[in-house]
Design a protein around this ligand. Structure first.
Ligand SMILES: [Zn+2]
Length: 71
């Protein structure tokens, strides 16, 4: 499953960048550090993106949700 251009350009952007038009919010997670993390799924390529702070203190960023999971 390859990531589409819209998702590619979303990755590593700061959290204040709005989700691209094909992203649909699918879940809200609570991380180990008690932060909220927002899971978005792309209706175009099926990729799952995560909007969350990497360490609970840094500003939110858009990242790719790997099969490895995120903790
Ligand atoms: Zn996509």
């Amino acid at each position: 499953m390859s990531i589409c251009d819209l998702c590619e350009s979303q990755l590593d952007r700061p959290g204040h960048v709005p989700p691209h038009p094909r992203l649909v919010m699918s879940a809200t997670l609570r991380t180990a550090s008690g932060q909220n993390a927002f899971v978005y799924r792309c209706a175009h390529c099926g990729q799952t993106l995560l909007l969350a702070s990497p360490d609970g203190e840094a500003p939110d960023r858009w990242t790719r949700l790997d099969a490895d999971g995120w903790d």
